[in-house]
Ligand binder design. Structure first.
Ligand code: GFB
Length: 329
């Protein structure tokens, strides 16, 4: 594992001061959206709450009605259909169609009602499967995508292009950020649809409780991923909202990666599972490596604060608290 410590540059004056702004976070019930909402609230923003009866973001009329009523100054588009490698591979229509609808409805309506600032969130899977590492923003559309998540990637690439198109055609101050693999409180721990980190936390915990001899990890264990705690990501996203205004999307990550096998060992150690780690090679590996070049973000003056070890420990505590709450309810 590469060391991620970097010196923060002196804080800069924001080009878009957030204090007192009314910001709607689309997807504020999700892991990323709720972290962004917490961060915005801490900065003195008015976080516009979601409509109490659930809004179907795939429906243009519902999004238009809601936004015309709510009238936020700024929007963070953290709403998306998301999932791990198996969910992406199993539901290609949902990942392509739902995401195209959600983002197009929100971005288009934001323009029509005059929302002054918007941040669209993509994902590091937009880049070619075999992109040079670390992956710079310029790698976009330079090669074939990873097959397991191409549907999601194509939708997110369309979102980046839509944001750029609104900048170019209408001069809208809308921007895009591409976070790396995220984890943290509010994560999905369902083994069929989750990403790897929550899956490993759950597997290691259940294996420890059951005193099992082993826990299973999908694939060869050799793929490398970069993991960012969602609070760290939210901090970077809000920083971009305050400090960045340009056509190009910005990578958001921690500048270090780890193999899935090393990650499984780290999670097992933190949780206290001492059995064997067994690889199920019938499961897909996905992209061999995904490590973002975060030079553009750090050049703006932002740096990561949460180490992987601390982040996993905090997420495990959250998982235990939730399990306790469920067993009490
Ligand atoms: O996190 P993950 O599902 O997504 O899988 P991707 C990362 C790696 O962990 C793959 C391995 O090599 C998996 O085979 N892995 C090992 C596991 N054990 C497990 C397990 O129990 N569960 C899961 N889920 N994986 C996603 C994309 O790709 O990354 C999304 O499919 C999105 O669209 C997201 O972009 C950030 O990193 O491969």
């Amino acid at each position: 594992m590469v060391d991620q410590t970097e010196q923060a540059l002196p804080a800069r004056d924001p080009i878009y001061p957030l204090s007192g702004k009314r910001v709607w976070v689309a997807g504020q019930r999700g892991m990323v959206g709720s972290a962004v909402a917490r961060r915005l609230a801490a900065l003195g923003c008015v976080v516009v709450p979601d409509r109490p009866d659930r809004l179907d973001l795939r429906r243009q009329d519902e999004v238009a009605d809601w936004l015309s009523e709510a009238r936020p100054d700024a929007i963070v588009v953290a709403a998306a259909r998301v999932g791990g490698i198996l969910a992406n591979d199993t539901y290609p229509v949902d990942f392509l169609e739902d995401n195209l609808l959600i983002q197009t409805n929100i971005i288009g309506t934001a323009h029509r009602i005059g929302v002054e600032r918007l941040l669209f969130l993509g994902s590091s899977c937009i880049y070619p499967r075999l992109a040079d590492q670390p992956i710079s923003e310029d790698a976009l559309l330079t090669g074939p995508l990873e097959a397991t998540n191409q549907w999601y990637a194509v939708a997110k690439i369309a979102g980046i292009k839509l944001v750029q198109a609104y900048r170019r055609q209408y001069g809208r101050d809308y921007i895009s950020a591409m976070p790396t693999n995220l984890y943290g409180p509010g994560d999905n721990f369902d083994l069929n649809s989750s990403h790897v980190l929550p899956a490993l936390i759950r597997k290691a915990h259940e294996a420890k409780i059951a005193r099992a001899e082993s826990m299973t990890v999908w694939g060869s264990g050799t793929p490398r991923r970069e993991f960012m705690h969602v609070d760290d990501c939210a901090d970077a996203l809000v920083y971009l909202l305050q400090h960045y205004s340009d056509d190009d999307h910005v990578n958001v990550g921690v500048s270090s990666d780890i193999s899935i096998h090393e990650l499984a060992m780290l999670v097992a150690r933190i949780i206290g599972f001492r059995g064997e780690i067994v690889l199920d090679q019938t499961r897909p590996d996905g992209t061999p490596r995904k490590l973002l070049d975060t030079g553009r973000l750090t050049g703006l003056g932002w740096s990561s604060r949460i180490t992987l070890e601390d982040g996993i420990a905090a997420t495990y505590r959250w998982f235990l608290d939730q399990s306790e709450l469920r067993s009490i309810a």
